[in-house]
Design a protein around this ligand. Structure first.
Ligand code: ADP
Ligand code: MG
Length: 231
């Protein structure tokens, strides 16, 4: 479904990804984790076709990744870019006008669940509510590929658990492949099928989370900490 073959991406002289190869199957939730600066966001941008590899190939379905595929990729970016004078509901209607797969009813259900008032001006939203609005707009799309870059950033630790629960209930794993980049792996560990570890631009490991728990008898976070210590 999604494939990276020997992908290297540099920004100037700085390597963001080095010779990364990866194959992701449909219907699963993948987590990409690793310390800040390891290349997680770059990997998502490559899949979304927003940046191109210096060498190697990235494909989604049968096609090379390209910006024109945004109609089939729901992408929550690390950026916070809203049209500030809009009300929340204007942003929702704008997304509906842009994406054929956008589910208006689900968007308003999500807003209710996230306790965001549709009449509020975006410029008056708190940081946490901006994060929730970003998630709402992304999750209301039923795209075959969902890319979430640090979806919990800016959210209060107390609400993260309930947000992760709504996350899973709005995904349709019969039809969607989900890739979540996060440095806070413990927050989403319960919903992941597979975890991919990147360090300094290299893919160091890829594991089935359930097998990992059985094999090591520890949580994903504990395993990850031991993994980093051995590096
Ligand atoms: P992560 O998401 O894991 O924190 P990134 O993919 O954002 O990592 O970054 C990987 C590396 O590439 C870092 O060293 C970062 O500084 C560099 N990098 C990312 N984006 C840019 C950019 N637009 N210009 C220059 N360097 C960048
Ligand atoms: Mg990042």
């Amino acid at each position: 479904m999604i494939e990276l073959k020997n992908v290297t991406k540099k920004y100037g002289k700085q390597f963001a990804l080095k010779d990364a190869s990866l194959s992701l199957s449909p219907g699963k939730i993948y987590g990409i984790t690793g310390p800040n600066g390891s290349g997680k966001s770059t990997m998502l941008k490559l899949i979304a076709g927003l940046v191109y590899p210096d060498s190697g190939t990235v494909s989604v379905g049968n096609d090379p990744a390209a910006r024109s595929m945004s109609k089939s990729i729901a992408y929550l970016t690390e950026l916070d870019m809203f049209y500030e004078p809009f009300r929340v509901k204007d942003a929702v209607y704008y997304y509906e006008s842009q994406f054929a797969d956008f589910q208006l009813d689900q968007a308003f259900d999500l807003l209710k669940e996230m306790k965001i008032d549709g009449e509020q001006k975006i410029r008056n939203l708190s940081k946490g509510n901006r994060g929730r609005l970003k998630l709402t707009l992304t999750l209301a799309r039923k795209a075959p590929v969902v890319l979430l870059d640090e979806p919990l950033s800016g959210l209060d630790p107390l609400v993260r658990e309930s947000i992760v629960k709504s996350l899973i209930s709005y995904l349709d794993l019969e039809k969607q492949t989900v890739l979540i980049a996060t440095h806070e792996i413990n927050e989403i560990e319960q919903i992941l099928d597979e975890v991919i570890v990147v360090l300094n631009g290299r893919i160091e490991d890829k594991r089935n989370v359930e097998e990992l728990r059985e094999e090591f008898g520890v949580s994903l976070l504990q395993w990850f900490k031991t993994f980093l210590k051995d590096k």
